[in-house]
Design a protein around this ligand. Structure first.
Ligand code: SD4
Length: 329
């Protein structure tokens, strides 16, 4: 909880002491309502590229009042960002030199769609949305996902690497060693979670996954409950970082369940990181992972294994980039 909000809560507690009891509780509920309403709508995204993505999401939300459209359109900005080497077809390829993409989208009513290990699709998030809206399934993978994209009229893109990705791939090929490296280009997935003025929530997550991964490797981002989870009754969470470590603890689902049990988003993210550290203790020095969460009142939190994780937040009166705290200092 921000200092300002805890200050307001404390002052409210103080003021209710001097009011007659009926008036005090009316005043308390008025203030509680206006406090939480101030936080809605709210859009949060992982990393600095979340700033332009949030701007677009906000614009769509203001025009349509539709939080699902907002989180889809928002991350499409990142999918097109040529400077981002972890999202979209311009991202770093797998060991065979092929970019393969993972994405998921989820609504607070439990509807969700995901695509994994998909090729040649410029906007995997929109393909995930089609899986959610147009099929009875949750997840399509690989060639099946690509065929579905063609059937849905998605253009098939060339698989030529972006100049920067090609250069880095050629450099990597000299040693051909896969080693996760924290906080550089290979950890830049965008996860976006948002809450509309009406309290409806949604989230999206899209990535080219780990650089130089094995062909066919799928990370946490398209796994509902790992890279993304949303429940209108509680809140939403998303993840970035080494997918294997996040999948092992069902990170995003864990955070939502901890919030359901009464933890704040901040406490829930911290507990998830604690579990992740415990379950991945052998390699933890080389593992970066970060979580971002919001509850249905619009309170939010974030926490990472190592320093360096940040997130973008956008609401009515403020848009800013916030540094997350971390397990290792
Ligand atoms: C993955 N979680 O595929 C993704 C990578 C990532 O920021 O988050 N990069 O494991």
């Amino acid at each position: 909880m921000s200092n300002r909000r805890s200050f307001l809560k404390k002052s409210l507690l103080g003021s209710s002491l001097i009011l007659p009891s009926g008036l005090a509780s009316a005043s308390a509920s008025f203030f509680k309502k206006s406090l939480s309403e101030k936080q809605k709508p709210l859009i949060l995204s992982t990393w600095e590229h979340g700033m332009p993505a949030n701007d677009r999401a906000w614009e769509v939300l203001m025009q349509s009042d539709n939080i699902v459209d907002a989180v889809e359109e928002g991350v499409k900005v990142t999918e097109l960002d040529m400077d981002n080497l972890s999202v979209g077809l311009q991202g770093l390829p797998d060991r065979e030199g092929i970019p393969t993409l993972d994405a998921s989208i989820m609504k607070g009513d439990g509807s969700c769609g995901t695509v994994a290990f998909v090729r040649q699709v410029r906007h995997p998030i929109s393909l995930a949305r089609k899986v959610m809206d147009e099929t009875p399934h949750v997840m399509l993978a690989g060639e099946g996902a690509r065929q579905f994209a063609i059937a849905q009229g998605f253009p098939m893109e060339e698989e030529t690497l972006s100049p920067r990705a090609e250069e880095m791939y050629q450099e990597w090929k000299i040693e051909s060693k896969y080693k996760p490296i924290i906080n550089i280009e290979n950890h830049d997935t965008i996860g976006m979670i948002g809450i509309g003025a009406d309290g409806k929530m949604a989230g999206s997550c899209t990535t080219s996954g780990l650089a130089f991964k094995m062909h066919g490797r799928v990370g946490d981002s398209p796994i509902i409950g790992a890279g993304l989870y949303v429940d209108d009754e509680v809140g939403a969470a998303t993840a970035t970082g080494l997918g294997e470590s996040i999948i092992r603890i069902c990170g995003s689902f864990l955070i939502v369940e901890l919030m359901r049990q009464g933890r704040t988003p901040q406490e829930a993210c911290e507990e998830a990181v604690k579990r992740l550290v415990a379950k991945n203790s052998k390699d933890i020095k080389d593992i970066q992972a970060g979580f971002l969460a919001v509850n249905k009142d619009g309170e939010y939190g974030a926490y990472a294994v190592h320093p360096g994780f940040n997130f973008a937040k956008h609401h009515q009166t403020d848009k800013s980039l916030v540094d997350s705290k971390s397990w290792f200092k």
